[in-house]
Write a protein that binds this ligand. Structure first.
Ligand code: DGT
Ligand code: MG
Length: 606
């Protein structure tokens, strides 16, 4: 498992490894150069101002002597000043380059991760999307990804920096004075340990805050989405109260975190100050006894001061790594889901004429809860079939099986005698057009919404599809016509208008089979009849399945299927079925007696 996660992480950085290594090298250089200045100060204080022997060896000593040794430096103190500046400049350049390269790695990796994940999600099976919580998925694609990005670009770098700093400083300090080094480092492990424990503990609190914030956002989101119903039922007070509660909970948990953080920084500040104090006191005592030089003491003070922040941060970074690991887990879970179109290129791509057979088909979404039970029927090419059934009877499920959003458990669905399981999914869905029960329109222009099914469609084709769907005149009367935005930033379409746009979208492709899943429920009977009439004229060779509750729609079909609790209970033409006892006749009787009412209301055709 661990191995897999590391591989996933490496796959995200792929193509950026060189930049990453460059960033790390520059950071190590920057960290090391930052440790030179205290040594120069020590040199100035001890060997130039005071007259101690120079504590340089090898090349450095000969370099020192070559530029004239102590005598030149004491007359030209500016040389050491310039050296300090020069080193700071180098430090700045190295820091800049490290940050620049890590920014490149960070942004590219984030882009890599986002695209890979999005791509993968596009091809996950429909059943995965049905069961998954969208909010959770969004969180995985955004904040979890960001945590991994931060791990790669900040946390890992911080750890390498802190380790370089500690090890190099420790080596220098030990070479200067062993006793004072022990004093300087004695609290370091304690601080790292305390910081690590503290951040592990506060993680639980962070999680509580995250959850409280999530809940508050959900209340807000739900409220904004349901403003209409809130107004209609005059429930503003109740909703305000609900939000206030969620907001209060968030405030409280957030306050606890802030308080704990204040404690932590205060306490560790104190420990660090005690340590600096100890170095100062012991260092001074030892210096007065001649056990160490003033320059060494100054260097120790500088090193200890420089290390306080990275050391305290190290514990925090180590604890934070846990978060990144959780996020990596959550993302690798998505990658573990196998995409349905893994076989994108496999399967047959036959010419589809439109003859459909369901042969003893049974299906269940969940074990032990059969939704379709031994369904058998046959549709000839070019026929129009109507399906009637109560809500939850299994009509949409039937359609889902035909386009392989789900696969049958037993029995077979065949098109032109070929089992749909053998047909390439993409091909199948290209050949079968569905107008979904709940039409979804994107917040894009009407034209884009319609052309969604076929981006190569010409203006004429779009217009003609709209005419058939009886929506052309409605669109034409909008200010910007086909370029009118739909949704929040544009026009609000009525239920019936949405359905008709969805129909136009589906008609834009030349399908061999067309399915209307209760797609005319929100348009009035007259428009319904007009659209069906247009369809008949334009698509006489297309096999059409119409799911509807309206007898006037059903009656014209070549064959009507009645489905009850997942079983086909009646099959036949309108005239056959009204002579039989059964659901069809019951619905027919009710609707005939209400006919005068049903033709009223609803939307009228333009
Ligand atoms: P409608 O649209 O209300 O007129 O009803 P139908 O006939 O289209 O019903 P259908 O096929 O959507 O649902 C049949 C049964 O299956 C119903 O009890 C709900 C259940 N069901 C539908 N979709 C899913 C799904 O994605 N997952 C699970 N677990 N059950 C589902
Ligand atoms: Mg349905």
């Amino acid at each position: 498992m661990k191995h897999k996660k590391i591989n996933l992480l490496l796959s995200f950085i792929k193509g950026n490894r060189r930049n990453y290594i460059i960033a790390i090298l520059f950071m190590i250089l920057a960290t090391m150069t930052s440790l030179i200045n205290p040594l120069i100060i020590k040199l100035a204080v001890d060997s130039v101002i005071d007259k101690q022997p120079v504590s340089l060896t090898g090349v450095f000593l000969s370099m020192f002597n070559n530029i004239g040794g102590r005598d030149v430096l004491i007359n030209n103190l500016w040389i050491l000043g310039c050296l300090l500046i020069l080193i700071s400049v180098f430090n700045g350049i190295f820091n800049f380059l490290s940050k620049k390269y890590i920014a490149i790695v960070s942004e590219r990796t984030a882009k890599n991760m986002r695209n890979k994940l999005y791509d993968h999600i596009q091809y996950l099976s429909y059943s995965y999307h049905v069961k998954v919580d969208t909010g959770d998925l969004i969180q995985r694609c955004t904040s979890d990804l960001d945590k991994i990005r931060r791990f790669i670009s900040q946390q890992l770098m911080e750890i390498i920096r802190a380790l370089t700093l500690i090890s190099t400083a420790l080596a220098i300090m030990l070479s200067l004075n062993v006793n004072l080094s022990i004093v300087s480092f004695v609290v370091t492990p304690i601080i790292v340990f305390v910081a690590f424990k503290f951040f592990k503990f506060i993680k639980i609190k962070f999680k509580e805050t995250d959850e409280a914030e999530g809940k508050m956002t959900t209340v807000l989101q739900e409220n904004l989405n349901s403003m209409r119903i809130v107004r209609a039922f005059a429930k503003q007070d109740y909703e305000t109260d609900k939000f206030n509660k969620a907001s209060k909970k968030f405030k409280e948990t957030d306050f606890v975190v802030s308080k704990l953080m204040a404690w932590y920084w205060g306490a560790t500040d104190f420990i660090c100050d005690v340590q600096l104090g100890a170095i100062l006191i012991l260092g001074t005592v030892w210096a007065t006894k001649g056990l160490l030089t003033i320059g060494t003491l100054l260097a120790f003070m500088a090193y200890s001061h420089n290390m306080i922040w990275p050391i305290r941060n190290l514990g925090r970074v180590l604890a934070d790594m846990g978060k990144a690991s959780v996020s990596l887990n959550r993302i690798s879970e998505i990658f573990d889901e196998i995409g349905e179109d893994i076989d994108l290129e496999s399967g047959l791509t036959p010419k589809i004429n439109g003859e459909i057979s369901f042969d003893h088909v049974s299906f269940e979404y969940e074990e032990g809860k059969p939704v379709l039970n031994d369904v058998t029927f046959h549709i000839e090419k070019g026929q129009t079939i109507a399906i009637l059934g109560g809500t939850g009877a299994g009509k949409t499920t039937l359609v889902n099986l035909l386009v392989r959003l789900f696969d049958v458990k037993s029995g077979a669905v065949t098109i032109d005698g070929i089992n749909v399981k053998d047909i390439n999914r993409k091909w199948l869905r290209k050949k079968i057009g569905i107008v979904l029960q709940e039409p979804f329109l994107f917040s894009r222009t009407i034209k884009e919404n319609i052309a969604f099914s076929n981006y190569n469609a010409t203006e004429e084709q779009i217009e003609s599809a709209c005419r058939v769907a009886s929506i052309y005149n409605v669109i034409r009367h909008f200010d910007k016509g086909f370029d009118t935005m739909v949704g929040e930033k544009g026009v609000t379409l009525s239920g019936g208008q949405k359905q008709r746009v969805a129909i136009a979208r589906t008609l834009l492709n030349n399908h061999s089979i067309l399915i209307f899943d209760d797609s005319l429920s929100a348009v009035d009977v007259e428009t319904d009849a007009y659209i069906r009439d247009q369809l008949k004229k334009n698509l006489h060779s297309t096999t059409t399945l119409i799911i509807s509750h309206r007898i006037s729609t059903l009656k014209q079909a070549d064959k009507i299927l009645v489905i009850e609790k997942g079983m086909i209970t009646q099959q036949g033409t309108h005239y056959e079925l009204i002579r039989e006892q059964g659901l069809y006749k019951e619905v027919f009787d009710i609707q005939s007696s209400l006919q005068s009412d049903t033709t009223k209301g609803g939307e009228t055709r333009e």
